[in-house]
Write a protein that binds this ligand. Sequence first.
Ligand code: ADP
Ligand code: MG
Length: 374
Amino acid sequence: MKVTKVLTASLLALSLVALSGCGKEQTPVGGTSGDVLTQPFTEVTKINGQVFGTFYYITVPGGYPGGEDTLRSDAEFVFTKVGKAISTFDKTAEIARFNEHHSTGDFPISSYLGQVLEEVQRQSRRIGQAMDPTVGPLVNLWGFGPKGQIEHAPTDEQIAETKTYVGLDKFSLRRAGGTAFLVKTDPRVELDLSTIGEGLAADELAAIMDQKGVANYMIAIAGAIRSKGANPEGKLWRVGIEDPLSNGQKVFTAVCPQGMAISTAGSYRNFFIDDKTNDFYSHVIDPKTGRPIAHRTVSVSVVDRAALVTDALDTGLLVMGAKEAVEWGNKNDVAVYAIEIDEQGKAKETHSRAFDVYLKCQVHHNLTQTVPLE
Ligand code: ADP
Ligand code: MG
């Protein structure tokens, strides 16, 4: 079997494309004149680069205190902090070392990682463990982890065997006297937090900016976005959910996050195809079957308070598929937007009621105080 693996390669390949100041004429949904917040900004600080094997773009209308250099060093501080906690590729990172700790004895971790893991466990339980931080061994088995790509799809026996040490109940987190410990129930248990890395980093950087009193920003780390205030044109920020069929060339719909976090999980970017059977294997694994997802839902976006939360939920909701994901969103009052490819090969969207407000780009009544009016 030949292995084809396509990796995110450019801004246009992002699931979410930051639309900086798109006017009504350029976007499929129109704002009203009410979306003008302030005059266009004369000063804008902008940086971009690569992190966690993907791309980031940060824009600060009105200018960052200390300018571009300070913004870059604040961003790098956050990327290092997050990477040292959760990376599976950096062998010195806490999670990478825990994965190499083939023992059921206590493994001490930072209280920071402990807090992140508690939040991830909470989100995982909310969606019936469709997103599961213990999926690591399955991710490796399917060739999407630090152990490298695979030549042949794993056998049913290998999948069944690996599943015996995957599940939230396969590790525990314990706090004792200001220290946190992780304990495996099986020495082969491995954690994979890569799906929440971008969201976590976006939140951390947003917190630094909020603390510094930065009124307007957009932080886009691959498919995870935090934004606040106005864009460089003095209007509400808009982000585009990528058209999954456009190969990164088109926006499917525009969304105004209005100070909330938004992220998208997609199954159409990172995959391999068996060229004998033409089977498509996505990097998103259904922990219940132990296999890459095999349905027509290709992208799920979530809007919520924190990008760590949206980034955890979008992956699980993508595993569940559009119908279940939108039902879950309606039942739990969470903003969920799913795109599936229908039998005719056309992209179709469905979304939960809570997502409506972000599509209409109306100012959210609870969030008006975050809008800078100077
Ligand atoms: P996306 O933009 O599609 O969310 P990410 O890179 O953020 O992509 O997340 C995908 C990664 O998450 C996979 O490469 C894998 O390491 C991990 N992963 C895959 N399936 C799951 C799952 N069900 N729960 C948690 N993590 C998963
Ligand atoms: Mg995710």
